[in-house]
Design a binder for this molecule. Sequence first.
Ligand code: FO1
Length: 340
Amino acid sequence: MSNDTHIRSGRIAVISGGVGAARMLRGLAAAVDPDRITALVNTGDDTVLHGLSISPDLDTIVYTLADAIDPERGWGLVDETWRAMGALDRYAAIRPPDSQAAPQWFNLGDQDLATHFYRTARLQEGATLTEVTDEIRQAWGVPIRMLPMSDRRRSTIVTVTADPDAGGEPRDVSFQDYFVRLRHGVPVSAVRFDGDAELTPSARASILDAETIVIAPSNPVVSIGPLRSLDGVDEMLTQRRDDVVAVSPIIGGAALKGPADRMLVELGHEASVVGVARLYAEIASVLVIDPVDAHLSEAVEATGMRCVVTPSVMSTPAIARRLAEVTLESVAGPGETVAQ
Ligand code: FO1
């Protein structure tokens, strides 16, 4: 790191979704002591299939920080095999028409299954998701702290205007139904969050104790939205607004991965850094955007956020690290030094 940077030395809380957050966290862990970092992770995507408790965003972050993620897909393990999924064919052939058994639309790799076996068994033994997540993190040697946003259920429910598997009728579906079964290819008219979840005490403390709070470049509606929907979170962030910096997941009007751009438009927002700024202006004081959007800096600042421009497409670890450094510098005053 160059000597003229100004990065604070305290704890960093990172409000995180899946792929974009995982890459940002890898950059942050390279830029500062990983002990300082806590990822607060979306669990609105979590699902139960084959009786297994699956937490995609938690696993994407673990596998990315363990350098075990499949780099093409951005989820699941590299060098994965799919024999168990293939073996489900036998049962799909005899499954009664009203049964949901042996679903094959959601791909669980042979090695990935071990993570879901472990999580499911530990939850059934009475462990909390917070405890199990820490165990899985340790098993993979992930050096940052990871906290699910809640130990209770808060599920993202997407209203699709037409579900081809339900006669083309509008329907409320789970997030994974929308994202994987429907390949996020159908228009969305609403998103809501279901369940009685509360922010865990440790997740709450991680926000209160953090010197800097980063909102990762994740989908503002379905990845950051679930955490913001929990009681008191927006109020806490608003109070800490000067210490909160968001990184835009929209670059040049498009999401690098996933349906964030289309979804923003379908839900009445703008698919641009300005649209992102409007969603975050109350809770964050800085928005980090890519140079491709530099011409929109003034419009971002008109929302009340400070705008910082730096390469944000994390195509290499070096770019992710630099993005992390610039993000942290953006909330540190010139008098504040001490890096790493
Ligand atoms: N995404 C897909 O597009 N297709 C899949 O079959 C799929 C399986 C899957 C299994 C485990 C896991 O942790 C993630 C998986 N994902 C899959 C990704 C997941 O749907 C998304 O990453 C998130 O939920 C969105 O952030």
